[in-house]
Design a protein around this ligand. Structure first.
Ligand code: ATP
Ligand code: MG
Length: 315
């Protein structure tokens, strides 16, 4: 014991970069770069820090984006919630319209009091401004909630004149009259290609399609793109931008990598380069009624959503 010298073991401040050891250096010293878990953790931490420190480009006008895919459970709601909250966490004004009678988006965005919603707006009972509520998650995030009543609306408006443009008229009047300068309006759609989705597409300038990375990933995409083309031709010439986001990616499996490659090859200009990993943190944050951004800002999924937002902002 007498020969042991602590000064030989502990790096002196002068030996450390900038005088202090960074968190990365500490991690690197403890786990070492040769352990695969260690190096993954290091890579994730460095990426998170670099992405979280960059600013998201601001939008000059209001971009209306439908988040849609007629397939169920592919991540439409999860994408809407996490993309919207990633923008709002940056102080960017965002409105989310929940156009799914399941109303999961409303719940995930911290809507607690259920009153007026998109059903009352689209059936002409109230103006959209009366149904907008502030999300409890971020001050710049507003929500038009949904409710189970919305499930009957397709029958109710089926015979109405201009039935495909009801949402567009309500939204555009609200934007004009309220003077609200939202940079993004996201519309979370139900898993169908019915009249509600037609209303969402008619009100939008862009579409964001979450694609679940699984064996049947490509199935149904061509039909959805055909529907978007039909809407552009017949109802909304402004519907110009189509983006796809790969969701539930498992980089460890060959199948997942092959499917990502196949979707990218089929739709090279549409697929965002950032993809969202399949991680239990994503579902946990939703279950906790929190955004992933606040629940676990350093989770690789949270970082991936922020990267996706940066890409969307640049497009
Ligand atoms: P629906 O068609 O019913 O509206 P959806 O397309 O909106 O479904 P979500 O509700 O967003 O799909 O997601 C379906 C399920 O998958 C949810 O339980 C969600 O928590 C989970 N999920 C979505 N994305 C991920 C992910 N990246 N990692 C882990 N779980 C995920
Ligand atoms: Mg959903």
């Amino acid at each position: 014991m007498g020969d042991f010298n602590w000064e030989d073991r502990i790096p002196s401040p002068g030996e450390l970069r900038g005088g202090f050891e960074s968190a990365d250096d500490v991690l690197s010293r403890i786990i070492g770069d040769d352990s695969s878990i260690g190096s993954d953790l290091l890579k994730d931490t460095r990426l998170a820090r670099s992405i979280n420190s960059r600013k998201i480009r601001r939008s000059a006008g209001t971009r209306v984006v439908s988040v849609t895919n007629q397939k169920g459970g592919v991540g439409k709601t999860t994408t809407t919630v996490n993309v919207a909250t990633s923008f709002a966490a940056e102080g960017i004004p965002v409105l989310v319209i929940d156009l799914d009678p399941q109303a999961n988006t409303s719940g995930s965005l911290g809507v607690k009091k259920w009153g007026l919603g998109i059903y009352e707006v689209m059936t002409g009972q109230v103006d959209m401004g009366e149904a907008v509520v502030k999300s409890s998650l971020f001050p710049t995030l507003d929500v038009v909630p949904s409710s189970i009543d919305l499930s009957a609306i397709e029958l109710e408006i089926a015979g109405a004149e201009g039935r495909e443009a009801i949402l567009k008229d309500c939204l555009f009047s609200y934007l004009k009259e309220s003077g609200k300068k939202y940079e993004y309006v996201f519309i979370d759609c139900a898993p169908s290609l019915g009249l509600l989705v037609l209303n969402a597409l008619t009100a939008s300038g862009e579409v964001l399609i979450p694609v679940q990375v699984e064996y049947y990933a490509l199935e149904g995409l061509s039909q959805l793109l055909k529907t978007i083309d039909l809407v552009r031709l017949n109802f909304n010439p402004d519907l110009k931008k189509v983006m796809m986001i790969l969701n539930m990616v498992d980089k460890r499996t060959i199948l997942s990598r092959k499917i990502c490659q196949a979707v990218r090859e089929a739709y090279p200009s549409m697929v965002l380069s950032s993809s969202i990993p399949r991680l239990v943190r994503v579902a946990e944050a939703a279950a906790a009624g929190e955004s992933l951004t606040s629940y676990d800002p350093y989770s690789p999924a949270s970082v991936a959503y922020r990267q996706a937002c940066m890409e969307i902002a640049e497009r």
